[in-house]
Design a protein around this ligand. Structure first.
Ligand code: CA
Length: 643
């Protein structure tokens, strides 16, 4: 017995020295489990309760945790529980001002029971799928990324998809999914919130429930609703890893949508139950600030919140081999925290976010990770709402059209998106819709897109904003829009299902709409084969030609020049000879949003046409010889040619 205690003590000391400072969690060992939690300094008592199940029942053990004697701040509480606790559950309950605040798994649970109410003791090594040790992040530099934003349930829930694991992580391990993504050519899936969130009741998964999941509960645990059994804590962890592994094998990166800017609620949040009012910003009058538009906003500038974000991101990289992060409302976070995260993870981890907030934040604007401050955050990108709205129309009115709808005056904003939001002599920034100055230092700091999960999808937006639009016109404009995106020097991003002409029946905010609104209809691939074919050709062209993703602002300034702008006509030239690895010489790209054909002037000569009149084939559609240098671009379409 003495020997056991001695070994246990050594084991605990090792674990404690490694983790106690950074993490509030349970650390499993076969002979004992170590628990620790950080509280505010006025905490009076912490109870640790051990349970047999993830919900219900009485505790099988209740332990009074002790303050760490080595902690001068009097904030760290710990307990060592002997025996093999694998499969058991636990909660912390912290007393302040004579009252216990209520049970929670703490902020650092890495495994939880159903609905994330209790932490779970899991041997993480046992959650690794076969071959996990050999799993590697695909080596794809930021400039080569093509992002595909998807929701698990949208993607695989409909019968037409033919998936076995409908709406689950495992759907992405199925050949149908992998084959589709590979055929399309995207090389990174950006999965909507896949950490444990609140709005889907994991005890009722036999009923259809839908939510995007922007309501975080446990930041460091996969969502149970996407697993085949949320009652078994190890299942969601293993299945998430299987998903990552299958995608990595297919050469596809996995990017996690992270939502550190707010929590589902304040009173019941794991933050508030363990460290009341520490993690949230408040207004001068003592009320909670609401920069997230969801009722609260976290305080990334505070030491423990910043550390939490850094450690959480690192954890997903280390434990789940995640390749990148999309920060929801990144503009709520401070610049210093975003830079600390950038510095804490390997260079190939791609980081981007929404460079805005959803309300005013209780923190100085010049210190926030807003789009306009991206130049102070090297290696971090922001979505270009300038380009998006110049194409589809403004965010505040679905019925208003822009470039795609033949509205003039958006040309400089389109050009801004073409160069990747960098300083370029060919762009008149005074005429750009939102950014009156370049915001990116390098083009890989701009995400190029026309649609995402927010707002209407592209089909709905075109239907809502272009009067009397026909299906033929709709397809033409859809393909034109994605050609602008996929030839941008920024990092292109598309919403899942656009390649099958998805619609959401006109629903603007489908965050909790039923499957009938959000699902992908895979039969559309047969209904509109020309759409998928064009997307494939376009993406293949981008991947094969470095001229479309030079990755360096200097190279873009040197090698890309614009042709004169006309109303609803934007065209440019790339000197491919100066781009390393580029096989094409002079490349001309033109976007015509008019309802009639237009012409551009290029040097006389013979050109190979790779994109014209809603067809795109990187190996060439035809060749043309022009004597007067005039080349026609059919109505509402893109043209790409090269010599
Ligand atoms: Ca959940």
């Amino acid at each position: 017995m003495k020997r056991f205690c001695f070994l246990l003590a050594i084991f605990m000391a090792l674990l404690a020295s490694q983790y106690a400072e950074a993490h509030t969690r349970a650390l499993y060992g076969p002979n004992g489990t170590y628990f620790c939690i950080e509280t505010n300094s006025d905490a009076q008592q912490v109870k640790l309760r051990i349970y047999k199940d993830g919900q219900g029942g009485k505790p099988i053990k209740t332990i009074n945790m002790k303050l760490d004697p080595n902690d001068s701040g009097q904030n760290w509480w710990q307990a060592e529980v002997k025996g093999d606790l694998k499969g058991k559950f636990y909660t912390f309950d912290v007393k302040y001002g004579g009252k216990f605040r209520g049970e929670s798994p703490g902020i650092w649970a890495t495994a939880v029971g159903v609905n994330g109410k209790r932490g779970a003791v899991v041997d993480m090594d046992e959650t690794n799928p076969h071959g996990w040790d050999n799993d590697k992040r695909p080596d794809i530099p930021a400039k080569d990324l093509i992002l595909y934003e998807m929701h698990h349930r949208d993607f695989s829930i409909d019968d037409s998809g033919g998936f076995t694991h409908k709406g689950k992580f495992l759907a992405l391990t199925e050949p149908r999914a992998i084959r589709h993504l590979q055929e399309l050519g995207v090389n990174a899936v950006h999965i909507l919130p896949s950490f444990d969130y609140a709005s889907v009741d994991e005890t009722r998964l036999d009923e259809p429930q839908y939510n995007w999941g922007y309501d975080p509960v446990n930041y460091n645990v996969p969502e149970g609703g996407y697993s085949t059994d949320p009652n078994k804590p190890e299942v969601r962890i293993r299945e998430f890893k299987q998903m990552v592994q299958a995608l990595h094998k297919a050469g596809i990166k996995v990017i996690l949508d992270v939502v550190y800017n707010h929590t589902w609620n304040i009173d019941g949040s794991n933050f508030q139950l363990t460290r009341p009012d520490y993690f949230y910003r408040k207004n001068a009058d003592g009320s909670y600030s609401n920069g997230s538009g969801c009722g609260n906003e976290t305080a990334s500038e505070r030491e423990a919140m910043r550390e939490f974000m850094v450690e959480s991101v690192k954890y997903w990289v280390d434990e789940y081999h995640i390749d990148g992060f999309r920060f929801d409302l990144m503009g709520v976070h401070d610049i210093e925290t975003m830079n600390a995260i950038r510095a804490a993870v390997p260079k190939d981890i791609f980081i981007y976010g929404e460079g805005w907030s959803a309300g005013s934040c209780a923190y100085p604007g010049e210190k926030l990770a807003m789009k306009a401050n991206i130049q102070q955050m090297p290696g971090i990108a922001a979505f270009s709402d300038c380009m998006r709205d110049a194409l589809r129309g403004p965010w505040d009115s679905d019925s208003k059209a822009a470039f795609l709808g033949g509205v003039k005056g958006n040309e400089e904003s389109i050009k801004f998106g073409i160069v990747g939001a960098i300083q370029h002599p060919g762009v008149d920034y005074s005429k750009v819709n939102y950014s009156k100055a370049p915001y990116a230092t390098e083009p890989t700091q701009m995400i190029a897109y026309v649609s995402c999960h927010d707002d209407m999808c592209l089909v709905d937006r075109l239907n809502a904003s272009v009067k009397g639009i026909t299906i033929d016109e709709l397809i033409r404009l859809d393909l034109l829009a994605q050609t602008v995106v996929m030839t941008s020097q920024g990092v292109p991003f598309m919403l899942s299902g656009e390649e099958m002409l998805r619609d959401k029946k006109g629903v603007h905010n489908s965050f909790e709409s039923p499957d009938s609104i959000n699902h992908l209809d895979w039969d559309n691939l047969e209904r509109y084969p020309q759409v998928m074919e064009y997307y494939r050709g376009l993406i293949a062209m981008r991947k094969a030609h470095p001229a479309f993703h030079m990755g360096s602002a200097d190279m873009v300034r040197r090698n890309l020049d614009f042709l004169p702008v006309e109303n609803c006509l934007v065209a440019y030239h790339i000197n491919g000879r100066n781009v390393p690895g580029e096989q094409w010489g002079d490349i001309y790209v033109a976007f015509n949003a008019h309802k009639r054909a237009r012409t551009i002037q290029v040097p006389e000569g013979t050109y190979t046409v790779v994109c014209r009149n809603i067809k795109c084939d990187p190996s060439g559609l035809t060749t043309i010889t022009t004597k007067d240098g005039k080349v026609t671009i059919p109505a509402q379409s893109a043209l790409i040619l090269h010599n």
